[in-house]
Design a protein around this ligand. Structure first.
Ligand code: COA
Length: 176
């Protein structure tokens, strides 16, 4: 028998703090994931009910893995988006992925890069040595730029996804 999973959280950054998502975040998450611009590289923007499912999935992942995407907000509590670490698969093999979504009004200020760096530090602390990936739609320049800012390079293409060949950015994270 193993004990309960330890719940992880990235350290705060100069502009951002992390916390677990709850059902109380539905208005903010539905606005974020319902924005056609934020979801341009997904099959479709999410309905309110799909956003509720998203939150529930993250809560299941906190329980079972200790991590998932977390809410990122300013130190004053202004909602910025989500960012975190999830298990994904690339060509059927499990990999850790850093993911991020930033509210349209707050993009292009370096916030995704800042949050994702805190996640890399958490991976260095808790999982290293390990591969960390960002699995990206080939046309998603902003996401690719964030991955490059972290030090990732194009390491693979994922052919196992039903509707697109995805670009796999990755880096080896060493313990710190
Ligand atoms: C990807 C995303 C999180 C980036 O958030 P952000 O806070 O604007 O990112 P940053 O400010 O840290 O910018 C990172 C880099 O991307 C560039 N960038 C940001 N938005 C861009 C855009 N729309 N087009 C081209 N480049 C862009 C920035 O100029 C910056 O480049 P630099 O480091 O060379 O100066 C945001 O665009 C987003 O939420 N997109 C929709 C959700 C998504 O696709 N998530 C990733 C799924 S894999």
């Amino acid at each position: 028998m193993t004990g309960p999973v330890r719940r992880l959280l990235p350290e705060p950054t100069p502009r951002l703090r992390f916390r677990e998502m709850t059902a109380g975040d539905l208005d903010a998450m539905a606005e974020l994931l319902g924005d056609p611009e934020v979801m341009a590289y997904y099959p479709a923007p999410k309905t309110r009910s799909a956003s509720a499912d998203w939150i529930a999935r993250m809560r299941d992942r906190y329980e079972s893995h200790g991590h998932a995407l977390w809410i990122i907000e300013t130190h004053d509590g202004v909602f910025v988006g989500d960012c975190g670490i999830t298990w994904q698969s690339v060509n059927e093999a499990p990999v850790l992925e850093v993911g991020y979504h930033v509210h349209r009004s707050l993009q292009r200020q370096g916030l995704a890069t800042e949050a994702a760096r805190a996640c890399v530090n958490l991976v260095a602390r808790e999982f290293a040595p390990t591969l960390l990936t960002a699995i990206i739609h080939p046309d998603n320049t902003a996401s690719r730029r964030v991955a490059e800012n972290l030090g990732m390079t194009h390491i693979d293409d994922d052919h196992a996804h039903p509707w697109i060949v995805r670009t796999v950015m990755g880096m080896q994270v060493s313990p710190r």
